[in-house]
Design a protein around this ligand. Structure first.
Ligand SMILES: *Cc1c(COP(=O)(O)O)cnc(C)c1O
Length: 340
């Protein structure tokens, strides 16, 4: 037993835990689930994941609730999405049952790393699948490794739930039209690092990408989806290059329940003049409110938050979703998997 972790001061870094869970696909079928206490993978240097980017992943969280129970948020949605991502880059899809079993096992085995209720921290779950066959020719691997690792992470908003500035830069695209944007593949992240770093250097928290075909419509917001509140309507971009965020899907449901209209459609840059609130959404932050959107190329600044505070709708949605994850609010849609 290592020393107690300081739950209130965890960052979004990597903290080792006791175990990870692995399963290999060889000879046309998934094998037995293995429990490992090693942080390393032994693989062939010609594995397709290393050379040709055959890698897909997921990100979800487990929470210690108000009632002491452990909840995993929308496990089934992540199971479906990783299989869709795998099919997108010709990898063997993981069955939903296998995904479920391995995620639950990884959480249970590392139960002592689930932060206590009230700390604002959670257990981040990172399932990943790798193409493992030794190959130099460019074609899909015949062998795969699926593994689930977990690590405790601190609250996303350490200085409180505050809006940040984001920027539009036409110099970069995250993905190609009809490319890999709708799948959660590591390569998309590599492709976004340069734009992301440049935005950070300029003082922005993220890049609000434009659609890669016409550069007319809002697209993905860094590694998150974007939504805005405009005259009581929740608007979020429709695009074939956006990763379908499970957080966005959940917030859409909650927005409808609050009586908001929801529109998933093309959003032009000019429309940013007329919005009252905006946020980036994803598992890490739930919703990260936006203060200002600066168009680097035209110099135009779209001020979303006049007083530097998050707006009422984004705040209400954020609180509601967090409440469901922590067992403070009723889970009417059965989004949580309770780990017994
Ligand atoms: C993971 C991810 C998101 C957020 O998805 P969630 O399911 O809400 O965590 C959004 N955009 C990209 C590019 C992502 O990789």
């Amino acid at each position: 037993m290592t020393k107690e972790l300081d739950w209130n001061n965890l960052s979004f870094g990597y903290i080792p835990t006791d175990y990870n869970v692995r399963c290999r696909y060889t000879d046309g079928h998934w094998g037995e689930i293995e429990v490992s206490d090693s942080e390393y993978i032994n693989m062939h240097m010609a594995a397709t994941c290393l050379h040709y980017g055959q890698e897909v992943f997921e990100g979800l969280k487990a929470f210690r609730g108000k009632d002491g129970k452990i909840r995993i948020f929308r496990l089934d949605e992540n199971a479906r999405r990783i299989a869709s991502s795998a099919r997108g880059i010709k990898m063997q899809p993981i069955t939903e049952e296998l995904f479920r079993e391995m995620v639950i096992k990884a959480v249970k085995l590392n139960e002592r790393f689930i932060p206590p209720y009230g700390s604002g921290a959670s257990l981040y779950i990172r399932p990943l699948e790798l193409g493992m066959s030794a190959q130099i020719g460019v074609h899909p691997s015949t062998e795969y490794l699926f593994m689930v690792m977990v690590t405790p992470v601190g609250p996303y908003f350490k200085e409180g739930f505050k809006p940040t500035n984001i920027c539009i830069m036409r110099e970069f695209d995250r993905v190609a039209p009809k490319g890999t944007g709708r799948w959660k593949v590591g390569g998309n992240y590599a492709a976004s690092l340069e734009a992301g770093e440049k935005a950070h250097e300029l003082g922005y928290s993220a890049v609000l990408y434009l659609d890669p075909r016409e550069k007319k419509y809002l697209d993905e917001c860094g590694p998150a989806n974007f939504f805005a509140i405009k005259d009581g309507v929740y608007i979020t971009p429709e695009s074939e290059s956006i990763l379908p965020s499970i957080t966005n899907k959940s917030l859409i449901q909650l927005a409808q329940d609050m009586g908001l209209k929801v529109e998933r459609r093309h959003i032009t840059i000019d429309e940013l003049e007329h919005i009252q609130e905006a946020a980036a959404c994803g598992t890490a932050a739930v919703a990260s409110p936006v203060a200002e959107i600066d168009d680097i190329d035209t110099g135009k600044k779209y001020v979303v938050s006049q007083d530097g505070n998050p707006g009422p709708v984004v705040t209400a949605l954020y609180n509601k979703l967090r409440g469901i994850q922590l067992g403070e609010e009723p889970d009417v849609y059965g989004w949580n998997t309770i780990v017994e």
